[in-house]
Design a protein around this ligand. Structure first.
Ligand code: PMP
Length: 448
């Protein structure tokens, strides 16, 4: 195995790269020039050829406390010894209840109940199902429609794909969920370019919801689901007042509001949740990723007491919600989650993110005049850098940037088409911000 104390120790790359059909990957290109990772510690990855790579992506927006944290791995190992698995239907294990309370404590007031699953995709589908079931329970069974948003991402389940607003993710999968509409994306480059934080322009994009209510009738709509900040489609911060407007309109019409906080949860924007940053309390919040620092798969839905309590009736033997997963509240995930939340608290990582936000924003904005940069957006410890697409292929410049970063500049970054996304672990310091931004600048020049 890789010896992390020796940066140049290499690990063999397997001979057969063919059997693994990689998710969301240009498989053929990858297998010609593998970007292979063998280890990780704090702010860095280690490649199979022994290089040390700075992680500007927190893996995939998950490892907010950095990598290889012994407190988390020890908790997972101890839990595997003590209780590897127990059935989550009809039986419980203490850490599930403990973690649910800890998460509810971090969530806005009134969001007090946590339903566990294993990913952001499952969290989105779970929230949509709870929304529909709740509407039925309160006698509004005609409310079966959902409203998502263009450029929204809610994972890859049929529900999440349907409410998501990414053409490529949808177009091979038939009718998906029926009765889904999309709000417009909140981005207008002409009016928002190079804004730090929430753009001044764009709250009116929420008014399109009134249009959809007029079109279908409020009594057909179960819920609206949005990411407070769209992440996977290139970092689109919410315009000032936009989320507040969505809250007002949904409340007025008896429509539930779901925030998908799979990437904004657990400190990314300097707060436990984006809901807290914006002072807007939705009816449900979905989470995943940061809850276990990425160390064990886990996701979940935090629901309001109003929703939860509506289900809690009937005879004792009656199951209240016909939904759940074998691995809901898996003991290893719960142990990892509790250790992760301890780290976030003890190391004040959300506060660190908040304190560094202006430093990060200024540093990233300094890339404004690099070749092909057409816009930069920053929010919390997140930035999206739009590069002009190449004439012969949208997405090609972003792809080349990601590969050049990894192979030639010892930098891990994420891309969304031709947008470079920076979402570093929240443990980083000002020097590492400088190093990341310097490397990004070099990458952009190298591929120009
Ligand atoms: N929702 C959002 C906002 C996400 O960013 C993601 C993943 N990037 C998901 C849902 C899906 O999560 P998962 O990949 O864990 O299913």
């Amino acid at each position: 195995m890789l010896d992390k104390s020796k940066p140049n120790s290499a690990v063999n790359v397997p001979n057969d790269l063919d059997a693994f059909w990689m998710p969301f990957t240009a498989n053929r290109a990858f297998k010609r020039a593998p970007k292979m990772i063998a280890g990780a510690k704090d702010m860095h990855y280690f490649t199979t050829d022994g290089r040390k790579i700075i992680d500007a992506a927190a893996g995939m927006w998950c490892s907010n406390a950095g990598h290889g944290r012994p407190q988390i791995s020890a908790a997972i190992a101890a839990q595997a010894e003590a209780l590897d698995f127990s059935p989550p239907f009809q039986f419980g294990q203490p850490k599930a209840f403990e973690l649910a309370s800890r998460i509810a404590d971090l969530a806005p007031e009134g969001l007090d109940h946590v339903f566990f699953c294993n990913s952001g995709s499952e969290a989105a589908d779970t929230a949509l199902k709870i929304a529909m079931a709740w509407q039925q329970i309160r006698g509004q069974g005609g409310r079966t429609r959902f409203i998502g948003r263009e450029r929204g991402y809610h994972g890859v389940g049929f529900g999440g794909t349907a409410v998501g607003g990414i053409g490529n993710n949808r177009k091979m999968f038939g009718t998906l969920l029926n009765g889904v509409d999309h709000l417009p994306a909140t981005y207008d480059r002409d009016k928002q370019a190079f804004s730090k934080g929430e753009p001044e322009y764009g709250a009116h994009f929420a008014d399109a919801l009134e249009g959809l209510v007029n079109l279908h009738g409020a009594n057909t709509i179960a819920a609206v689901i949005v990411e407070p900040m769209a992440g996977s489609t290139g970092v689109l911060p919410p315009p000032k007042g936009y989320l507040q407007k969505l809250r007002e309109i949904t409340r007025k019409h008896g429509i539930l509001l779901i925030f998908d906080e799979v990437i904004t949860g657990f400190g990314r924007l300097g707060h436990s949740f984006a809901a807290e940053r914006y002072g807007v309390t939705p009816d449900m919040i979905t989470f995943a990723k940061g809850v276990t620092n990425g160390a064990v798969p886990m996701g979940g839905v935090i629901a309001s007491s109003e929703i939860h309590d509506a289900f809690m009736s009937g005879p004792d033997y009656a199951i209240e919600l016909f939904h759940g997963y074998t691995y809901s509240a898996h003991p290893l995930a719960c142990a990892a989650g509790l250790a992760t939340l301890d780290l976030y608290r003890d190391e004040k990582l959300f506060e660190n993110a908040k304190a560094l936000e202006p430093v990060f924003a200024d540093a990233v904005m300094s890339l404004k005049s690099e070749p092909n940069v057409v816009d930069i957006r920053t929010l919390g410890l997140t930035a999206g850098i739009d590069l002009a697409p190449m004439a012969d292929g949208p997405g090609k410049r972003g792809f080349e940037a990601m590969n050049s970063a990894f192979h030639d500049h010892d930098l891990m970054l994420r891309i969304a088409g031709d947008t470079l996304a920076l979402t570093p672990p929240l443990i980083l310091n000002a020097d590492q911000i400088g190093e990341i931004v310097d490397k990004v600048g070099r990458v952009i020049r190298a591929i120009a």
